[in-house]
Design a protein around this ligand. Structure first.
Ligand SMILES: Nc1ncnc2c1ncn2[C@@H]1O[C@H](COP(=O)(O)OP(=O)(O)OP(=O)(O)O)[C@@H](O)[C@H]1O
Ligand SMILES: [Mg+2]
Length: 250
């Protein structure tokens, strides 16, 4: 297997991670490595355990076994929220569905992580919210409520909130679900731009092949609880494995 690393140290290392719910063995020994600055797309059918894996990476779920290293920290050994706090600062998570706080304005949604994790003044936060909105291609909509926005705009606001703390790693769970192809393409461009401008390392979980082809440096496929294939985008495009061909070309 060719790495995406060019000899760099991994920024995320997932080793033999397992997770079962009762007798439903969802993850059966997942191995996956991310290198700084790359975008890795994780493909897998519905119910294959992609969201569960992201949940383990961010501490929402506890792994049954195995190990996850984020930089040099073994997060699977964490037991308290205190330990996770530093991780939540440096790892952004874009939830499946925009998951904005419905009763809060756009401004308050984006300001939320800044208010919790920083001691920036109100004016500095307002300024930062404006810049984040501009970065995701939205104008002066601070005072709008989420229900007043289209699905694509909500996704962009959620993305602005995700990157507010300038994370080194962003985990995207189905960032384009429910969006039309044109709006999806703008999300793809944003993911690329964040990689270029901020050097963000991304793990993108998706069914959306169009998105995968637009953003991936490398692609992995989760199948029956394991990563069965990993490779550079070009290699995956032309892969002869029937599981890959079925997934990509139906
Ligand atoms: N909290 C939970 N309790 C019990 N079972 C769960 C829980 N979370 C997930 N599962 C089960 O784990 C399996 C994987 O779910 P997961 O949400 O990770 O799938 P997914 O690959 O993200 O699917 P989709 O593409 O539809 O989002 C499913 O069988 C699901 O029912
Ligand atoms: Mg999911």
């Amino acid at each position: 297997m060719r790495g995406g690393g060019n000899g760099q140290e991994p920024i995320v290392q997932i080793e033999g991670v397992t997770k079962a719910f009762g007798n439903n063995e969802v993850l059966r020994g997942v191995n996956l490595t991310l290198y700084p600055g790359e975008t890795l797309v994780l493909l897998g059918g519905s119910g294959s355990g992609k969201s569960v894996l992201l949940g383990i990476l961010i501490g929402l779920l506890q792994a049954g076994g195995g190990r996850v290293m984020l930089s040099d920290m073994e997060v699977t050994a964490f037991r308290t929220e205190e330990e996770w706090k530093a991780i939540w600062r440096s790892v952004g998570f874009l939830f499946q569905g925009a998951a904005l706080f419905d009763s809060m304005s756009v401004r308050d949604n984006i300001a939320f992580p800044l208010e919790i994790h920083t001691d920036l003044s109100r004016a500095a936060i307002d300024d930062k919210v404006s810049r984040l909105l501009a970065m995701v291609g939205l104008g002066d909509i601070q005072q709008k409520m989420p229900s007043e926005l289209s699905g694509g705009m909500q996704k962009r606001v959620a993305l602005a909130r995700t990157i507010a703390l300038e994370p080194r790693i962003v985990l995207y769970d189905e960032p384009t679900t429910g969006l039309d192809p044109i709006t999806s393409d703008t999300i793809a461009e944003l993911i690329r731009e964040l990689q270029k401008r901020l050097g963000i390392t991304s793990l993108v979980v998706t069914h959306d092949i169009r998105l995968a082809f637009r953003v991936a440096d490398r692609v992995s496929m989760l199948y029956q609880g394991k990563i069965v294939i990993t490779g550079p985008l070009e290699e995956i495009r032309n892969h002869q494995d029937p599981r890959v061909r079925e997934f990509l070309y139906g």
